[in-house]
Design a protein around this ligand. Structure first.
Ligand code: SF4
Length: 320
């Protein structure tokens, strides 16, 4: 157990543990990228050196939408499986690669298509809203998708009063608190955000009394209640840029601090807990990106029928 204030050192130590930078691959990746007409996308939670190398850095849906609008033939998605699937849903004509096939999302894996079908049968009048952190199959089986940023608007746009929200119980509970709908919650959670506790926030606030607390809505409500804002990763980045405040306690995966520091170099950022690391998000290294481009692996393949249905759920969200 680490004692004392949570400061930059925790962030640096944690990332040093998670990261082993092998710069020899950078040139190789650039050559291969050119040759294969590829674009590299990095989620905000990826290792710093991967964010620095990527063509685009952002949240999963934003990246997938922007990549779809490019003329690249290959998308290398540095993130987790469902994110690469989202890119493939929106860019069927491009080859989408996930450099490490084991890079899954524990939250997305907490629901199967069979379980969802069963729950739908039990609640025939409920509209199914699925968080984008879910598989293509689950998206295809849902009425509409949502992100952590637009969830309230999506739920309020539906005529149904009863909502089956999957797979994140905590985000679902937060959205329920912001709408007047009856939300049936699925018992899924993101372990990284779930591990952040109210006592971590209280300690961070004690150590940094001037700092604003920004947390992700995948956190527990007891954590959200102590925060100044509960917002998406892109929301955090925007908020910090516009804010007059100089110090921030960040309650989401600490990979985002790299981008926050780059975009707002005169501000200070403290991870709300030293445990805010998603192991899956740290699996991809420069070496794997180089190998992925060289061997064109691991290709994301979604049956066309599933892809079309999943796209419909995403498109419906974008119309809200
Ligand atoms: S941080 Fe949580 S939701 Fe995001 S990829 Fe990791 S396990 Fe999944």
């Amino acid at each position: 157990m680490v004692k004392g204030p949570i400061d930059d050192k925790y962030y640096d130590d944690a990332l040093a543990l998670a990261s082993s930078i092998d710069t020899q691959y950078i040139e190789k990746i650039r050559e291969l990228k050119e040759k294969k007409r590829a674009i590299i996308l990095a989620h905000n939670y990826q290792r710093p050196e991967i964010q620095d190398l990527a063509d685009l850095v952002g949240d999963s849906l934003d990246l997938s939408r922007k990549a779809a609008a490019t003329d690249a033939e290959v998308i290398v998605f540095c993130g987790v499986y469902f994110m690469a699937e989202s890119a493939a849903i929106l860019s069927p004509e491009k080859t989408v690669l996930l450099p490490v096939k084991e890079a899954g999302c524990q939250l997305a894996d907490m629901i199967t298509i069979q379980e969802l079908r069963k729950k739908k049968k039990e609640n025939p009048k409920a509209a199914v809203v699925c968080y984008v952190n879910s598989s293509a199959q689950v998206k295809a089986e849902s009425d509409i998708c949502c992100t952590s940023a637009n969830g309230v608007g999506v739920i309020n746009s539906l005529k149904e009063n009863k909502i089956l929200f999957v797979p994140d119980e905590h985000l679902g509970r937060y959205l329920e608190s912001k709408t007047k709908k009856d939300v049936i919650l699925w018992k899924g959670f993101c372990p990284t955000h779930y591990n952040l506790l109210a006592k971590d926030i209280l300690r961070a606030k004690e150590d940094h009394p001037e700092a604003k607390v920004l947390v992700h809505p995948e956190c527990r409500l007891s954590v959200i209640d102590l925060a100044d804002e509960a917002i998406s990763t892109n929301g955090i980045l925007e908020y910090v840029k516009k804010s007059e405040t100089k110090e921030f306690i960040i309650g989401t995966e600490m990979g985002i601090i790299h981008r926050l520091k780059k975009e707002s170099p005169n501000k200070k950022f403290y991870p709300a807990s030293k445990n805010l690391i998603c192991p899956s998000m740290k699996l991809i290294t420069l070496k794997e990106i180089a190998q992925s481009l060289e061997k064109m692996r691991y290709k994301i393949e979604i049956p066309e029928e599933v892809r079309k249905k999943a796209k419909k759920s995403l498109d419906r969200m974008l119309e809200v």
